[in-house]
Design a protein around this ligand. Structure first.
Ligand SMILES: Cc1ncc(COP(=O)(O)O)c(C=O)c1O
Length: 386
């Protein structure tokens, strides 16, 4: 039987977004300029920040700059989860620091504050959580630990545009919050990122670091009231964004809550359809009476030992039915680089490793109707019953 392909998370791009990008393309100014300034302000307004964000060309760039701003370098340790994307470890190694992997909560997969405390040493300089799949990390407890030990809190908000913790937006809870606008993210600019911070001096430094350490950018040089020429005041990077990306970002931001509501509806449809299938555990939700909000970036089920198939067998069977799935994530400490450099080994983080064996990300995005959840579940049902 032929199954219609179901991709993992195709982006939802409105006609308004297409028009906004076309307008930039026709404007004669494609790189970082007025649309980027507008996007930086609009995004930080949405996150409840008084200081505008700094747009960059990826979430990895935002994380890297956050690490540099915190002065993290050789000899420093930074506590991170292993159940996250490669970028977190990579930017630390790049600066000569050591990622220290701490265990996660068995439900959410987010950093367990008690495990963070147990991992502290005299060399610890920062804690870097992630809101896995959009589920809020324990930011209050992590902040308390950081304050008690004089550490920086650097928040990987790649999945967390609409996440709230105790009523506060994810981007307002740390010394630096790094967002990704990669193609599968809740807000996408194709490639892109944004750094938010309450530290004005950090943001001013990002302004220089993201563009070769220049004292003012190209728009400031060529605009009618701009100042020609530039000085290089420190060694920088080529991490700036473009007005093409920012126009797309502004259009996506206008629909952020509408798209969030669609994904929340899709999550509810999955919950309902999947209930009762053997060995399938539904994703956790914040308690009804809490002010936390799950951003529903990913919809992740767990395939437990009561399931007739293993996670990998189920994923393969679904692939044969033209249904994409993914694993978020294969643990970082077991990747070759980390085994070789840091001695990562099986059994080091039992909860992380179990979750990594059991978790399966299903097709999920704002472009899908609840009927997609019903169809994916039908295919899972067929697979499980042979
Ligand atoms: C948790 C997490 N952190 C960081 C990143 C890096 O973002 P980017 O791909 O925009 O560099 C990603 C991207 O997939 C991510 O999922």
């Amino acid at each position: 039987m032929d199954y219609k392909p179901i991709d993992l998370s195709p982006p939802r791009v409105s006609e308004e977004a297409v028009d906004a990008v076309s307008t930039v393309l026709r404007s004669g100014w494609l790189t970082q300029g007025p649309r980027t300034t507008e996007f930086e302000k609009a995004f930080s307004d949405y996150q409840g920040h008084s200081l505008p964000g700094m747009a960059v060309n990826s979430g990895t760039a935002a994380l890297h700059l956050a690490v540099i701003l915190a002065g993290i370098g050789s000899g420093d340790e930074v506590i991170i989860p292993s159940l996250t994307f490669a970028a977190a470890g990579e930017v630390l190694l790049r600066e000569g620091a050591t990622p220290v992997f701490a265990e996660v909560d068995p439900q959410s997969g987010n950093l367990d504050p008690a495990a963070v405390e147990a991992a502290l040493t005299a060399k610890t300089k920062a804690v870097m959580p992630v809101h896995l799949g959009g589920y809020p990390a324990e930011m209050t407890a992590l902040r308390r630990i950081c304050d008690a030990h004089g550490l920086y809190l650097i928040d990987d908000c790649a999945h967390a545009v609409e996440t709230r913790h105790r009523g506060g937006w994810a981007g307002s809870l740390a010394d630096a919050s790094a967002f990704s606008f990669y193609v599968n993210k809740n807000l996408t600019t194709g490639e892109g990122g944004m750094l938010l911070s309450p530290h004005e001096d950090w943001l001013e430094r990002v302004r220089r670091l993201r563009l070769h350490g220049m004292d003012h950018d190209a728009w400031n040089r060529y605009a009618a009231d701009g100042r020609p020429g530039y000085d290089i005041v420190e060694q920088g990077y080529k991490y700036n964004s473009t007005d093409i990306a920012s126009a797309l970002g502004l259009a996506q931001l206008k629909r952020i809550e509408e798209n969030y509501a669609r994904r929340a509806e899709l999550a509810a449809a999955y919950d309902k359809a999947l209930t009762g299938l053997p060995g399938i555990e539904l994703p956790p939700r914040p308690a009804e009476d809490s002010t936390d909000r799950h951003a529903w970036h990913l919809y992740v089920i767990r395939i437990t030992e009561d399931c007739p198939l293993s996670r990998d067998e189920l994923a393969l069977a679904l692939r044969r039915m033209n249904t994409a799935t993914a694993v978020h994530y294969h643990p970082m400490h077991l990747m070759r680089l980390y085994r070789e450099r840091l001695g990562g080994r099986e059994g080091q983080l039992p909860i992380t490793e179990r979750l990594a064996r059991e978790r399966l990300t299903l097709p999920f995005c704002a472009a899908y109707e609840p009927a997609t959840a019903v169809e994916v579940t039908r295919r899972i049902g067929i697979t499980l019953t042979g």
